[in-house]
Write a protein that binds this ligand. Structure first.
Ligand code: GRF
Length: 221
């Protein structure tokens, strides 16, 4: 039996691109059976564009400031994606709220990583909000994207402790190390046919996932 062909991915970024790098590394390391067909940024200055270029991945910049409306930007984004025939669209620090038309067009094959234990702290400044609330743990969630901002069905979460003396920066460093593990893992589940979005939420191996997703405890699956 021949091995499955690598899945085609698009990665959308706005900035640093450390999650993009985690995908590049997972593919190189053989744990993610994929190729990144294109990296698209809405920000011409995104450092992640250099990471992609260094890895030999085609890049496109679609600057949202060139468009009169969110809808027009999203139409251009969808048109670019249509050129690449991708199976999964990975939002990796993509700092744009997507329109319903875009989200619906890519429903079931659009995923995001959010640096909190959703449903806690959708939106921005998640680490500071967890510290301000006196939480004892924080974490990261990979989820399917639906119309509700940061509200789509969770796929996988990883928790980290909040330690005495933590700042938003030290906590972010602890969380992002987990992002880099669980995001490519979730993508591999999808690519291998183990993970789907259904009308009743995310399913892994035919079973409904818990409301907060698979609980990643330093171990694989
Ligand atoms: C990550 O913290 C991710 O959870 C959030 O944006 C950040 C992107 O970081 N959505 P990077 O650009 O992948 O380094």
């Amino acid at each position: 039996m021949s091995a499955a062909a690598p899945a085609r991915l698009a990665v959308l970024i706005s900035g640093r691109g450390s999650n993009l790098q985690a995908f590049i590394d997972a593919i190189a390391g053989g744990t993610l059976n994929a190729q990144i067909s294109v990296v698209i940024s809405n920000n011409p200055g995104a450092a992640g564009l250099c990471r992609a270029a260094t890895a030999g991945i085609p890049t496109r910049c679609i600057d949202h400031r060139d468009f009169a409306s969110r809808e027009a930007f999203d139409r251009a984004l969808a048109a670019e994606l249509a050129n690449w025939d991708v199976q999964l669209v990975i939002l990796a620090g993509f700092m744009r709220i997507l329109t319903p038309a875009f989200v619906q067009a890519f429903s079931g094959r659009l995923v995001n990583v959010h640096p909190s234990l959703l449903p806690k702290y959708p939106g921005l400044n998640t680490h500071q909000r967890a510290l301000d609330a006196g939480d004892t743990e924080a974490g990261v969630t990979v989820h399917f994207v639906t119309l509700e901002l940061d509200g789509g069905p969770p796929i996988i979460q990883s928790r980290v402790p909040i330690l005495p003396g933590d700042t938003a920066h030290t906590l972010a460093d602890r969380v992002i190390a987990r992002e880099h593990i669980i995001y490519p893992l979730a993508a591999q589940w999808f690519i291998s046919g183990r993970l789907q979005l259904t009308d009743n939420g995310a399913r892994l191996d035919g079973e409904a996932l818990p409301a907060t997703g698979f609980d990643y405890l330093d171990g694989g699956c």
